[in-house]
Design a protein around this ligand. Structure first.
Ligand code: 1GP
Length: 230
């Protein structure tokens, strides 16, 4: 997993609760993206996850499950991301769910395939923000969370999650300056190549989600837009 994270510039995130045609899914998998994440907030079921997994598996692109709930955990993915929501007001989302998962799955966990993400949810209208009872952090708070992710928790990933809205590139830059080992993933509201590039200039990796469903052609173009960058 570390090797993937080190070289990863672009990710697509597919939501198991949303429909996607075979044609669009094939285009996503063949786009040259570094990997495809399966993950969402509402309506994530094992059936939905398995359906996407089996269809992505027709291709060679690495396939990552971002774990949303215990019921939809399944073997068969190349890699697994475990979010810890740092700006949740409830310990449940930072510690307790993960604790439950470790108790249940510890014997079958291969840590070469797993990375824990320090998640910071920055769009107060996002479903995940509401579901995990987040508090909107100020800029200094976000920078401090990133610092904690690296220096206290030694997490491989800090994820600035603006899901559904475009974030603040200056803040992404400030966060990136805190991080030396921990990789910075940016996701949220990327709708065109210039936004993809603007965020990729700051973050190590960008994630494109909703655009897959609203404008597949624009979504596909974001891959080239960031892989052309030095
Ligand atoms: C969602 O960060 C990803 O988890 C991508 O966000 O869906 O807004 O592109 P969008």
């Amino acid at each position: 997993m570390n090797e993937l994270l080190t070289n990863c510039r672009h990710l697509f995130k597919l939501d198991p609760a949303k429909d996607i045609s075979d044609e669009d899914l094939d285009a996503i998998c063949q786009s040259g993206t570094d990997a495809v994440i399966v993950g969402g907030t509402d309506g994530v079921t094992l059936d939905g996850v398995l359906d996407l997994l089996s269809r992505i598996r027709r291709h060679t692109v690495p396939c990552i499950l971002e774990i949303s709930n215990m019921a939809s955990i399944t073997p068969g993915f190349d890699y697994y991301l475990i979010p810890m929501v740092m700006n949740s007001t409830e310990k449940k989302w930072m510690m307790d769910i993960q604790h439950e998962a470790i108790k249940e799955y510890r014997d079958s966990m291969n840590w070469d395939e797993i990375a824990v993400e320090g998640y910071c949810i920055l769009n107060e209208h996002a479903k995940a923000f509401e579901q995990t009872n987040c508090e909107l952090p100020g800029d200094d708070d976000v920078v401090a969370y990133a610092y904690m992710a690296e220096q206290i928790f030694h997490l491989p990933v800090f994820y600035m999650e603006y899901s559904g809205t475009y974030g603040d590139p200056e803040l992404v830059k400030d966060v990136k300056e805190q991080l030396h080992q921990t990789k910075l993933i940016y996701g949220g509201g990327i709708e065109n190549n210039s936004q993809a590039r603007e965020m990729k200039e700051q973050a190590d990796t960008i994630v494109v989600g909703n655009l897959i469903y609203s404008d597949i052609n624009k979504a596909l173009k974001t891959v080239q837009a960031v892989t052309d960058m030095n």
